[in-house]
Design a protein around this ligand. Structure first.
Ligand code: ZN
Length: 288
């Protein structure tokens, strides 16, 4: 069967049917983190684990050793229920434009501070899932471009924040918040992310001039002269990022911009497998 070009993730209704209760959430978390069976840390035997009543734990069928599926996750030690956490994570994996803390506050009835903290943590874990993919090689063209978030100055000065994007056509995107638009900051990020020798498309900005010296096959084009170059994919990502940041988050501080970029990267890079987003996010919590 052919995969549809824009597969859809689960609907809210499907999600709620899958996780109707606190116990269902805990059971799922246990399955994702430990599997159906795993070797007991205490008796060293392959064991099934059974739920301990009135606790958020499971015990080994042989020796009674207890494990807590929430240990080491953001869910541990918060008063927010797993159902609420799962719901907010669902929102993050199903939206296109991001999730405002105000919305979380309103929909699950927590304080703004709690809602903001939940969103911040989820974004951080989205960054861990996505990691730092390496782009290019094998004849794949990488598009790179800079964009500016916030502020007024078209040159990227003042309080505008500079973001460098790199994307493989049909592949992954990497977006990095950099201190300025100069080549001094642009080139090292490209060296870190794009395989040596890869073909790179960009505009004719000076910051990209050194790409050839660094062993890339560089195709600059001049947008002022109306040349149709090849950065339409990264421009599409900018469009999505800006709709999200301007429409949902309104303003984003220097300090937190990278975590917002990670959120949009996560969704973009998993766009062909939306059904896996939620579990990948759960799996990103560090092992105990
Ligand atoms: Zn055991």
């Amino acid at each position: 069967m052919e995969t549809p070009k824009h597969p859809k993730g689960p609907t809210l209704r499907q999600f709620q049917a899958r996780f109707p209760t606190e116990d269902a959430c805990l059971e799922h978390l246990k399955l994702v983190r430990y599997g159906v069976k795993h070797t007991c840390a205490k008796c060293d035997r392959e064991a099934k684990y059974y739920r301990v009543k009135a606790r958020r734990s499971y015990e080994c069928e042989h020796c009674g050793y207890q494990v807590y599926p929430t240990a080491g996750t953001p869910f541990h030690g918060t008063r927010t229920s797993l159902r609420d956490w799962f719901y907010v994570m669902f929102l993050f994996t199903s939206t296109r434009n991001g999730v405002a803390a105000k919305r979380v506050q309103r929909e699950i009835g927590v304080t703004y501070k709690t809602a903001w903290r939940m969103c911040k943590l989820i974004r951080a874990y989205m960054g861990y899932v996505d990691g730092d993919p390496i782009l290019g090689g094998g004849g794949i063209i990488v598009e790179t471009d800079k964009t500016f978030i916030g502020g007024y100055d078209k040159q990227g000065e003042g309080d505008k924040k500079v973001v460098l994007g790199m994307v493989e056509r049909d592949g992954n995107v990497v977006a990095r918040h950099i201190p300025s638009r100069s080549g001094r900051f642009v080139i090292p990020e490209i060296l870190k992310t794009v395989r040596k020798g890869a073909a790179i498309n960009s505009d004719a900005a000076r910051a990209f001039e050194a790409l050839e010296i660094h062993g890339y096959v560089h195709h600059p084009y001049n947008s002022l002269k109306g040349e149709r170059g090849g950065t339409s994919v990264i421009e599409g990502f900018w469009g999505m990022l800006k709709r999200g940041i301007n429409g949902t988050y309104i303003s984003v501080s220097q300090q937190h911009l990278q975590t917002y970029l990670n959120e949009f990267e996560f969704r973009y890079n998993l766009r062909h497998q939306p059904h896996t987003m939620f579990d990948r996010l759960l799996l990103s919590f560090p092992p105990r």
